[in-house]
Design a protein around this ligand. Structure first.
Ligand code: ADP
Length: 276
């Protein structure tokens, strides 16, 4: 509810009054949140082709430096400079879009999210994707996940990014195996762990990978933008939690984050998701 008040002039008897207005802003807020989530997904996806444009522009510029100078080469160089400038402008616009998605209210509107149902949805979608792409389906081990109190759109984006990475950063020819578990944290929150058997994180980069555009496996031929984990970190922070990356003892990596436990407030609505 948004409340505004306007004082009225003091009346003849010295009485003072004001007009107080209460606006129900639930629908407007929901609409804005949906728009912000949509903008986040769009921004993230737009960066993929942009990264390709950057890569090919760099390669073409390099080739030109080795070519004998002449009017055609100079013209080609000028064209590439224009492409680069346009790509920079586009990156700037996307940055603005991302800033918009994260400049939402500092407080999220949490509902009780049955994490197990949400993870089952994400797992099913990933298996469908692998089947459609003709690649081998990844393996999943999912524990009895504790429900959390979170913004359901954001928590889906968070889990989908982390599960997507766990599958993506795998050695060629190896079947990804992703393990998702929860445990109660001492402070009453829920600790969520997503472990994989993939490439692992290069030494000294466990913290840096959460920065914007930071990519630790540029030579592995895996496409990406370096923004997914930055978005994950913002989502977790907005729920008052922390997220870290570590080496998985058996090889691969493990991402750990905390979210508030569900059921802290009896009045909190429960998110309905499709059954398992
Ligand atoms: P992207 O995947 O688009 O490059 P992210 O922000 O999601 O960007 O990840 C940043 C970097 O962190 C990746 O480029 C990769 O080097 C590393 N990384 C992320 N997840 C994993 C993982 N599960 N295993 C190994 N490395 C990872």
């Amino acid at each position: 509810v948004s409340v505004s008040a306007t004082p009225l002039p003091t009346d003849a008897d010295g009485g003072r009054s004001a007009v107080v207005m209460f606006h129900d802003v639930t629908a407007a807020r929901r609409h804005r949140d949906e728009l912000a989530s949509f903008a986040g997904v769009v921004a993230h996806d737009l960066l993929n082709p942009l990264t390709t444009i950057d890569g090919w522009t760099d390669a073409a510029v390099e080739e030109l430096t080795e070519a004998p100078d002449g009017p055609a080469v100079r013209e080609a160089r000028a064209s590439l400079t224009r492409v680069r400038r346009a790509a920079d402008r586009m990156r700037h616009l996307i940055d603005g879009l991302l800033a918009y998605t994260t400049a939402r209210d500092a407080t999220v509107q949490p509902v009780d999210v049955p994490l197990r149902d949400l993870v089952d949805d994400i797992v099913a979608a990933r298996v469908d994707l692998a089947t459609a792409a003709g690649t081998g389906a990844p393996r999943f081990t999912v524990g009895d996940l504790d429900p959390v109190a979170a913004d359901p759109v954001l928590v889906r984006q968070l889990l989908d990014n982390l599960v997507g990475n766990a599958i993506k950063y795998t050695a060629p020819g190896r079947t990804p195996h992703v393990t998702i578990t929860t445990a109660p944290a001492p402070d009453g929150r829920v600790v969520v762990r997503i472990a994989d058997n993939g490439l692992g994180i290069p030494a000294g980069q466990h913290h840096a990978i959460f920065g914007n555009f930071h990519r630790a496996h540029r030579d592995a031929g895996i496409t990406g933008t370096g923004l997914g984990l930055a978005i994950c970190q913002r989502i977790v922070h907005r729920h008052g939690g922390t997220i870290t990356a570590a080496d998985h003892p058996g090889g691969g990596s493990v991402f750990t984050f905390t979210l508030p436990r569900a059921g802290a407030s009896p009045a909190r609505p429960r998110l309905q998701t499709a059954g398992r």
